[in-house]
Design a protein around this ligand. Structure first.
Ligand SMILES: Cc1cc2nc3c(=O)[nH]c(=O)nc-3n(C[C@H](O)[C@H](O)[C@H](O)COP(=O)(O)OP(=O)(O)OC[C@H]3O[C@@H](n4cnc5c(N)ncnc54)[C@H](O)[C@@H]3O)c2cc1C
Length: 405
Protein backbone atom coordinates (compact mmCIF):
# COMPACT_ATOMS: atom_id res chain seq x y z
CA UNK A 1 0.00 0.00 0.00
CA UNK A 2 1.41 3.41 -0.96
CA UNK A 3 2.27 5.61 2.02
CA UNK A 4 0.16 8.79 2.30
CA UNK A 5 2.35 11.88 2.00
CA UNK A 6 2.49 14.20 4.99
CA UNK A 7 1.41 17.75 4.20
CA UNK A 8 4.65 19.56 4.96
CA UNK A 9 7.96 20.66 3.53
CA UNK A 10 11.03 18.75 4.64
CA UNK A 11 14.22 20.76 5.01
CA UNK A 12 17.45 18.74 5.06
CA UNK A 13 20.01 20.65 7.15
CA UNK A 14 19.42 22.85 10.16
CA UNK A 15 22.24 25.30 9.46
CA UNK A 16 21.43 29.01 9.13
CA UNK A 17 19.99 28.63 5.64
CA UNK A 18 17.79 25.62 6.49
CA UNK A 19 16.47 27.28 9.64
CA UNK A 20 15.72 30.56 7.86
CA UNK A 21 13.94 28.72 5.05
CA UNK A 22 11.92 26.83 7.70
CA UNK A 23 11.10 29.97 9.68
CA UNK A 24 10.04 31.88 6.58
CA UNK A 25 7.88 28.95 5.40
CA UNK A 26 6.15 28.40 8.72
CA UNK A 27 5.46 32.12 9.07
CA UNK A 28 3.73 31.86 5.70
CA UNK A 29 1.54 29.02 6.98
CA UNK A 30 3.53 26.07 5.58
CA UNK A 31 4.27 23.21 8.04
CA UNK A 32 7.94 22.19 8.12
CA UNK A 33 10.16 19.40 9.40
CA UNK A 34 13.89 20.15 9.58
CA UNK A 35 16.19 17.11 9.64
CA UNK A 36 19.61 18.02 11.07
CA UNK A 37 22.52 15.59 11.15
CA UNK A 38 24.23 17.08 14.21
CA UNK A 39 23.05 16.86 17.81
CA UNK A 40 23.72 20.54 18.48
CA UNK A 41 24.46 23.48 16.15
CA UNK A 42 28.00 23.61 14.69
CA UNK A 43 30.26 25.83 16.82
CA UNK A 44 33.20 26.37 14.41
CA UNK A 45 33.79 30.01 13.56
CA UNK A 46 32.31 30.45 10.08
CA UNK A 47 30.16 33.13 8.39
CA UNK A 48 30.07 36.30 10.43
CA UNK A 49 29.42 39.31 8.15
CA UNK A 50 25.88 40.24 7.19
CA UNK A 51 25.04 42.70 4.41
CA UNK A 52 22.03 45.07 4.29
CA UNK A 53 19.66 42.92 2.14
CA UNK A 54 20.18 39.99 4.53
CA UNK A 55 19.34 42.25 7.47
CA UNK A 56 16.08 43.19 5.70
CA UNK A 57 15.19 39.48 5.63
CA UNK A 58 16.11 38.89 9.28
CA UNK A 59 14.02 41.92 10.21
CA UNK A 60 10.98 40.69 8.27
CA UNK A 61 11.29 37.35 10.10
CA UNK A 62 11.27 39.20 13.44
CA UNK A 63 14.68 37.98 14.64
CA UNK A 64 16.79 41.06 13.94
CA UNK A 65 16.17 42.89 17.26
CA UNK A 66 17.53 39.89 19.23
CA UNK A 67 20.52 39.63 16.90
CA UNK A 68 21.25 43.36 17.11
CA UNK A 69 21.60 43.03 20.88
CA UNK A 70 24.53 40.65 20.50
CA UNK A 71 26.23 41.74 17.24
CA UNK A 72 28.23 44.73 15.99
CA UNK A 73 27.25 47.38 13.44
CA UNK A 74 30.26 48.10 11.23
CA UNK A 75 29.82 51.13 8.98
CA UNK A 76 33.45 51.45 7.83
CA UNK A 77 35.79 49.12 6.00
CA UNK A 78 39.29 49.53 4.67
CA UNK A 79 41.65 48.18 2.07
CA UNK A 80 45.22 48.29 3.43
CA UNK A 81 48.68 47.19 2.48
CA UNK A 82 50.69 44.85 4.65
CA UNK A 83 53.00 47.72 5.73
CA UNK A 84 49.96 49.27 7.47
CA UNK A 85 49.28 51.98 4.85
CA UNK A 86 45.59 52.52 4.07
CA UNK A 87 44.71 52.31 0.36
CA UNK A 88 41.04 53.30 0.66
CA UNK A 89 38.35 53.56 3.29
CA UNK A 90 34.61 53.22 2.64
CA UNK A 91 31.76 54.44 4.82
CA UNK A 92 28.48 52.60 4.28
CA UNK A 93 26.65 55.57 5.79
CA UNK A 94 26.40 56.78 2.21
CA UNK A 95 23.81 54.00 1.66
CA UNK A 96 21.37 55.54 4.17
CA UNK A 97 18.95 56.56 1.40
CA UNK A 98 19.00 53.06 -0.10
CA UNK A 99 18.63 50.85 2.96
CA UNK A 100 17.56 50.94 6.60
CA UNK A 101 20.86 49.21 7.42
CA UNK A 102 23.76 51.30 6.08
CA UNK A 103 26.44 49.11 7.64
CA UNK A 104 27.75 45.57 7.82
CA UNK A 105 26.64 43.56 10.78
CA UNK A 106 29.13 41.20 12.44
CA UNK A 107 27.87 38.22 14.39
CA UNK A 108 29.23 34.68 14.23
CA UNK A 109 26.66 32.36 12.69
CA UNK A 110 26.95 30.04 15.70
CA UNK A 111 25.40 32.88 17.72
CA UNK A 112 22.62 33.36 15.16
CA UNK A 113 21.50 29.74 15.38
CA UNK A 114 19.98 29.78 18.91
CA UNK A 115 17.94 32.86 17.99
CA UNK A 116 16.55 31.08 14.91
CA UNK A 117 15.83 27.89 16.86
CA UNK A 118 13.97 29.90 19.53
CA UNK A 119 11.87 31.64 16.87
CA UNK A 120 11.00 28.28 15.26
CA UNK A 121 10.12 26.73 18.63
CA UNK A 122 7.20 29.17 18.90
CA UNK A 123 5.45 27.47 15.96
CA UNK A 124 3.48 24.29 16.62
CA UNK A 125 3.75 23.25 12.95
CA UNK A 126 7.56 23.48 12.81
CA UNK A 127 9.80 20.71 14.08
CA UNK A 128 13.60 20.61 14.12
CA UNK A 129 14.79 17.01 14.52
CA UNK A 130 18.47 16.71 15.55
CA UNK A 131 20.57 13.54 15.00
CA UNK A 132 18.79 12.97 11.70
CA UNK A 133 21.25 12.59 8.80
CA UNK A 134 19.46 12.50 5.45
CA UNK A 135 20.78 9.58 3.41
CA UNK A 136 18.55 9.68 0.34
CA UNK A 137 15.06 10.20 -0.99
CA UNK A 138 12.50 8.80 -3.39
CA UNK A 139 10.44 11.24 -5.38
CA UNK A 140 6.83 10.49 -6.23
CA UNK A 141 4.19 12.46 -8.12
CA UNK A 142 2.59 13.72 -4.92
CA UNK A 143 5.64 14.19 -2.70
CA UNK A 144 9.02 12.93 -1.50
CA UNK A 145 9.94 10.06 0.82
CA UNK A 146 13.07 11.08 2.72
CA UNK A 147 15.32 8.56 4.44
CA UNK A 148 17.52 9.52 7.35
CA UNK A 149 19.76 7.76 9.87
CA UNK A 150 19.61 8.59 13.57
CA UNK A 151 22.56 8.73 15.97
CA UNK A 152 22.64 4.93 16.31
CA UNK A 153 22.59 4.55 12.54
CA UNK A 154 19.01 3.27 12.47
CA UNK A 155 17.15 4.20 9.27
CA UNK A 156 13.88 6.10 9.27
CA UNK A 157 11.60 7.34 6.52
CA UNK A 158 9.50 10.50 6.57
CA UNK A 159 7.43 12.13 3.86
CA UNK A 160 6.59 15.62 2.69
CA UNK A 161 5.42 17.45 -0.42
CA UNK A 162 8.77 19.13 -1.16
CA UNK A 163 12.37 18.61 -0.05
CA UNK A 164 14.68 21.59 0.45
CA UNK A 165 18.37 20.59 0.45
CA UNK A 166 20.08 23.05 2.79
CA UNK A 167 22.55 20.44 3.96
CA UNK A 168 25.75 22.35 3.25
CA UNK A 169 28.56 22.12 0.72
CA UNK A 170 28.69 18.31 0.71
CA UNK A 171 24.91 18.11 0.32
CA UNK A 172 23.59 14.56 0.28
CA UNK A 173 20.37 15.88 -1.25
CA UNK A 174 22.30 17.40 -4.16
CA UNK A 175 24.27 14.16 -4.65
CA UNK A 176 21.19 11.93 -4.41
CA UNK A 177 19.43 14.16 -6.95
CA UNK A 178 22.40 13.69 -9.30
CA UNK A 179 22.93 17.43 -9.64
CA UNK A 180 26.46 18.42 -10.63
CA UNK A 181 28.39 20.92 -8.51
CA UNK A 182 30.21 22.75 -11.25
CA UNK A 183 33.32 24.86 -10.69
CA UNK A 184 36.76 24.48 -9.18
CA UNK A 185 38.78 24.28 -5.96
CA UNK A 186 41.57 26.76 -5.19
CA UNK A 187 45.01 25.15 -4.65
CA UNK A 188 45.66 27.09 -1.45
CA UNK A 189 43.64 26.45 1.70
CA UNK A 190 42.59 29.24 4.04
CA UNK A 191 43.47 29.54 7.72
CA UNK A 192 40.93 31.08 10.09
CA UNK A 193 42.19 32.41 13.41
CA UNK A 194 40.55 34.13 16.36
CA UNK A 195 42.67 36.53 18.43
CA UNK A 196 42.16 38.15 21.82
CA UNK A 197 44.26 41.26 21.01
CA UNK A 198 42.83 44.72 20.34
CA UNK A 199 43.91 45.36 16.75
CA UNK A 200 42.65 48.95 16.73
CA UNK A 201 45.98 49.65 18.49
CA UNK A 202 47.65 48.82 15.18
CA UNK A 203 45.37 51.06 13.13
CA UNK A 204 42.85 48.43 12.03
CA UNK A 205 39.22 49.33 11.66
CA UNK A 206 36.51 46.67 12.21
CA UNK A 207 36.68 45.28 8.63
CA UNK A 208 39.98 45.23 6.73
CA UNK A 209 41.27 43.69 3.52
CA UNK A 210 45.08 43.53 3.64
CA UNK A 211 46.63 43.19 0.17
CA UNK A 212 49.68 41.07 -0.63
CA UNK A 213 50.49 38.47 -3.33
CA UNK A 214 51.03 35.54 -0.91
CA UNK A 215 50.34 36.97 2.50
CA UNK A 216 47.08 38.82 2.10
CA UNK A 217 44.53 38.70 4.91
CA UNK A 218 41.01 39.60 5.95
CA UNK A 219 40.82 41.09 9.42
CA UNK A 220 37.42 41.38 11.13
CA UNK A 221 36.36 42.47 14.59
CA UNK A 222 33.87 40.08 16.21
CA UNK A 223 32.99 39.22 19.79
CA UNK A 224 33.53 35.92 21.54
CA UNK A 225 30.96 33.92 23.51
CA UNK A 226 31.42 36.16 26.57
CA UNK A 227 31.00 39.37 24.60
CA UNK A 228 34.73 40.08 24.68
CA UNK A 229 36.53 41.48 21.62
CA UNK A 230 37.59 38.74 19.25
CA UNK A 231 39.49 39.45 16.04
CA UNK A 232 39.20 37.06 13.12
CA UNK A 233 42.16 36.92 10.76
CA UNK A 234 41.83 34.77 7.63
CA UNK A 235 44.86 34.18 5.40
CA UNK A 236 45.93 31.79 2.61
CA UNK A 237 48.32 28.87 3.11
CA UNK A 238 51.41 27.93 1.18
CA UNK A 239 49.96 24.99 -0.88
CA UNK A 240 53.20 22.99 -0.42
CA UNK A 241 52.77 22.73 3.39
CA UNK A 242 50.74 20.04 5.15
CA UNK A 243 47.81 21.02 7.39
CA UNK A 244 49.88 20.19 10.49
CA UNK A 245 52.74 22.39 9.31
CA UNK A 246 50.36 25.25 8.49
CA UNK A 247 48.69 25.05 11.91
CA UNK A 248 51.93 24.68 13.86
CA UNK A 249 51.55 27.44 16.51
CA UNK A 250 54.96 28.97 15.63
CA UNK A 251 53.97 29.15 11.97
CA UNK A 252 50.61 30.71 12.75
CA UNK A 253 52.24 33.25 15.04
CA UNK A 254 54.80 34.26 12.43
CA UNK A 255 52.07 34.72 9.80
CA UNK A 256 49.94 36.79 12.16
CA UNK A 257 52.66 39.21 13.26
CA UNK A 258 53.49 39.59 9.60
CA UNK A 259 49.91 40.73 8.91
CA UNK A 260 49.60 43.01 11.94
CA UNK A 261 52.41 45.47 11.20
CA UNK A 262 53.97 46.55 14.50
CA UNK A 263 52.83 43.57 16.64
CA UNK A 264 55.44 41.34 18.29
CA UNK A 265 53.20 38.61 19.68
CA UNK A 266 49.49 37.97 19.28
CA UNK A 267 47.18 35.95 21.51
CA UNK A 268 45.61 33.13 19.59
CA UNK A 269 42.25 31.71 20.70
CA UNK A 270 41.57 29.45 17.74
CA UNK A 271 43.03 28.36 14.42
CA UNK A 272 41.52 26.15 11.76
CA UNK A 273 42.08 25.37 8.11
CA UNK A 274 39.65 24.81 5.25
CA UNK A 275 39.45 24.24 1.52
CA UNK A 276 37.96 26.92 -0.65
CA UNK A 277 35.92 26.38 -3.80
CA UNK A 278 33.96 28.27 -6.43
CA UNK A 279 31.07 26.00 -7.33
CA UNK A 280 27.44 26.35 -8.36
CA UNK A 281 24.92 23.53 -8.68
CA UNK A 282 23.82 22.99 -12.27
CA UNK A 283 20.22 23.46 -11.17
CA UNK A 284 18.63 24.69 -7.93
CA UNK A 285 15.39 22.81 -8.68
CA UNK A 286 14.82 19.30 -9.90
CA UNK A 287 11.19 18.25 -9.60
CA UNK A 288 10.26 18.37 -5.91
CA UNK A 289 13.86 18.90 -4.82
CA UNK A 290 15.13 22.44 -4.20
CA UNK A 291 18.65 23.47 -3.20
CA UNK A 292 19.63 26.50 -1.13
CA UNK A 293 22.73 27.89 0.59
CA UNK A 294 26.05 26.07 0.49
CA UNK A 295 24.28 23.02 -0.95
CA UNK A 296 23.65 25.14 -4.04
CA UNK A 297 26.78 27.29 -4.24
CA UNK A 298 30.09 27.96 -2.52
CA UNK A 299 32.69 30.67 -2.97
CA UNK A 300 35.78 32.14 -1.35
CA UNK A 301 35.01 34.36 1.66
CA UNK A 302 36.40 37.63 0.19
CA UNK A 303 33.49 40.01 0.43
CA UNK A 304 31.46 37.86 2.85
CA UNK A 305 28.92 36.68 0.27
CA UNK A 306 28.48 32.97 1.08
CA UNK A 307 26.14 32.99 4.04
CA UNK A 308 24.40 36.13 2.80
CA UNK A 309 23.54 34.63 -0.55
CA UNK A 310 22.31 31.48 1.20
CA UNK A 311 19.93 33.47 3.40
CA UNK A 312 18.76 35.36 0.32
CA UNK A 313 18.07 32.01 -1.41
CA UNK A 314 16.05 30.83 1.61
CA UNK A 315 13.85 33.93 1.60
CA UNK A 316 13.32 33.89 -2.16
CA UNK A 317 12.45 30.19 -2.10
CA UNK A 318 10.12 30.39 0.91
CA UNK A 319 8.02 33.11 -0.71
CA UNK A 320 7.58 31.11 -3.92
CA UNK A 321 7.11 27.74 -2.27
CA UNK A 322 4.42 29.20 0.02
CA UNK A 323 2.59 30.60 -3.01
CA UNK A 324 2.69 27.18 -4.67
CA UNK A 325 1.67 25.51 -1.40
CA UNK A 326 -1.39 27.71 -0.99
CA UNK A 327 -2.30 27.23 -4.67
CA UNK A 328 -1.72 30.87 -5.42
CA UNK A 329 0.82 29.98 -8.09
CA UNK A 330 1.73 27.18 -10.44
CA UNK A 331 4.81 25.15 -9.48
CA UNK A 332 6.59 26.60 -12.51
CA UNK A 333 7.21 29.56 -10.19
CA UNK A 334 9.91 27.43 -8.59
CA UNK A 335 11.84 27.48 -11.85
CA UNK A 336 11.99 31.23 -11.43
CA UNK A 337 13.64 30.60 -8.05
CA UNK A 338 16.29 28.65 -9.94
CA UNK A 339 16.73 31.40 -12.54
CA UNK A 340 16.83 34.25 -10.03
CA UNK A 341 19.06 32.76 -7.36
CA UNK A 342 21.34 30.69 -9.59
CA UNK A 343 21.61 33.71 -11.87
CA UNK A 344 22.47 36.03 -8.95
CA UNK A 345 25.08 33.59 -7.74
CA UNK A 346 26.81 33.20 -11.08
CA UNK A 347 26.54 36.85 -12.08
CA UNK A 348 27.40 38.43 -8.76
CA UNK A 349 28.69 36.14 -5.98
CA UNK A 350 31.06 34.04 -8.09
CA UNK A 351 32.40 36.92 -10.17
CA UNK A 352 32.73 39.40 -7.28
CA UNK A 353 34.42 36.95 -4.90
CA UNK A 354 36.91 35.89 -7.60
CA UNK A 355 37.54 39.57 -8.47
CA UNK A 356 38.07 40.44 -4.80
CA UNK A 357 40.58 37.61 -4.46
CA UNK A 358 42.44 38.76 -7.59
CA UNK A 359 42.56 42.32 -6.25
CA UNK A 360 43.86 41.41 -2.79
CA UNK A 361 46.60 39.09 -4.14
CA UNK A 362 47.64 41.09 -7.25
CA UNK A 363 51.27 40.22 -7.97
CA UNK A 364 52.11 42.62 -10.80
CA UNK A 365 53.22 45.93 -9.20
CA UNK A 366 51.88 48.06 -12.08
CA UNK A 367 48.50 46.37 -12.09
CA UNK A 368 48.37 46.65 -8.31
CA UNK A 369 49.18 50.39 -8.40
CA UNK A 370 46.55 50.94 -11.06
CA UNK A 371 43.89 49.01 -9.13
CA UNK A 372 44.69 50.84 -5.91
CA UNK A 373 44.59 54.25 -7.67
CA UNK A 374 41.18 53.31 -9.01
CA UNK A 375 39.96 52.25 -5.59
CA UNK A 376 41.19 55.55 -4.07
CA UNK A 377 39.40 57.50 -6.81
CA UNK A 378 36.18 55.63 -6.03
CA UNK A 379 36.52 56.22 -2.28
CA UNK A 380 37.11 59.95 -2.90
CA UNK A 381 34.04 60.42 -5.10
CA UNK A 382 30.61 60.15 -3.37
CA UNK A 383 28.78 59.11 -6.55
CA UNK A 384 31.31 56.42 -7.46
CA UNK A 385 31.39 55.27 -3.82
CA UNK A 386 27.62 54.94 -3.77
CA UNK A 387 27.64 52.77 -6.87
CA UNK A 388 30.56 50.68 -5.57
CA UNK A 389 28.93 50.11 -2.18
CA UNK A 390 25.56 49.22 -3.71
CA UNK A 391 27.45 46.44 -5.51
CA UNK A 392 29.67 45.23 -2.67
CA UNK A 393 26.79 45.28 -0.15
CA UNK A 394 24.77 42.97 -2.43
CA UNK A 395 21.96 45.53 -2.81
CA UNK A 396 22.32 45.68 -6.59
CA UNK A 397 22.49 41.90 -6.92
CA UNK A 398 19.27 41.30 -4.99
CA UNK A 399 17.53 44.02 -7.01
CA UNK A 400 18.81 42.52 -10.27
CA UNK A 401 17.70 39.01 -9.26
CA UNK A 402 14.17 40.25 -8.56
CA UNK A 403 14.01 41.52 -12.13
CA UNK A 404 14.70 38.06 -13.61
CA UNK A 405 11.49 36.47 -14.86
C1 LIG B 1 35.77 29.46 7.78
C2 LIG B 1 34.60 30.02 7.08
C3 LIG B 1 34.38 31.38 7.11
C4 LIG B 1 33.28 31.91 6.46
N1 LIG B 1 33.06 33.27 6.51
C5 LIG B 1 31.96 33.80 5.92
C6 LIG B 1 31.62 35.19 6.02
O1 LIG B 1 32.35 35.97 6.65
N2 LIG B 1 30.49 35.64 5.43
C7 LIG B 1 29.66 34.79 4.75
O2 LIG B 1 28.64 35.27 4.20
N3 LIG B 1 29.93 33.46 4.65
C8 LIG B 1 31.05 32.95 5.23
N4 LIG B 1 31.30 31.59 5.17
C9 LIG B 1 30.36 30.73 4.49
C10 LIG B 1 29.23 30.37 5.42
O3 LIG B 1 29.69 29.83 6.63
C11 LIG B 1 28.34 29.39 4.72
O4 LIG B 1 27.95 29.98 3.49
C12 LIG B 1 27.12 29.05 5.57
O5 LIG B 1 27.48 28.27 6.68
C13 LIG B 1 26.11 28.31 4.73
O6 LIG B 1 25.02 27.96 5.52
P1 LIG B 1 24.19 26.66 5.16
O7 LIG B 1 23.10 26.61 6.16
O8 LIG B 1 23.88 26.65 3.71
O9 LIG B 1 25.21 25.48 5.36
P2 LIG B 1 25.92 24.94 6.75
O10 LIG B 1 26.16 26.10 7.63
O11 LIG B 1 27.03 24.12 6.26
O12 LIG B 1 24.76 24.08 7.36
C14 LIG B 1 24.40 22.84 6.81
C15 LIG B 1 23.75 22.02 7.91
O13 LIG B 1 23.33 20.79 7.36
C16 LIG B 1 23.70 19.75 8.22
N5 LIG B 1 23.85 18.55 7.38
C17 LIG B 1 24.86 18.20 6.58
N6 LIG B 1 24.61 17.05 5.95
C18 LIG B 1 23.38 16.68 6.36
C19 LIG B 1 22.54 15.58 6.05
N7 LIG B 1 22.94 14.63 5.19
N8 LIG B 1 21.33 15.50 6.65
C20 LIG B 1 20.92 16.46 7.54
N9 LIG B 1 21.69 17.51 7.87
C21 LIG B 1 22.88 17.63 7.27
C22 LIG B 1 24.97 20.20 8.89
O14 LIG B 1 25.17 19.54 10.13
C23 LIG B 1 24.69 21.69 9.05
O15 LIG B 1 24.06 21.98 10.28
C24 LIG B 1 32.40 31.04 5.78
C25 LIG B 1 32.62 29.66 5.76
C26 LIG B 1 33.71 29.14 6.40
C27 LIG B 1 33.94 27.65 6.37
Amino acid sequence: MALAMEDRVIVAGGGPVGLIAALDLVQRGVPVLVLEAASTPIQDPRGAAFHPPTLDILDRLGVLPSLMEIGLKIPIWQVRNRDGSVVAEFDLGILAQETDYPYRFHLGQQKVMPVLLAALAKHANAEVRPDARVTGFTERDDGVLVEYADREGTSHCVSGRWLVGADGARSQVRKSAGIEFEGFTWPERFVVTNLADDLTRFGFTYTNYVTDPDRWAVVLRLENEDGEPNWRITYPTDPSLTDDEVLDPANVQSRLVDIVAGAEELHLRYSGIYRVHQRVARQFRKGRILLAGDAAHINNPLGGFGLNSGVQDAANLAEKLADVWHNRADEALLDRYNRQRRGANIEFVQKASIRNKAMIEERDPDAKRQAQDQLRAIADDPQLSLHYLLESSMINSIRAAKGID
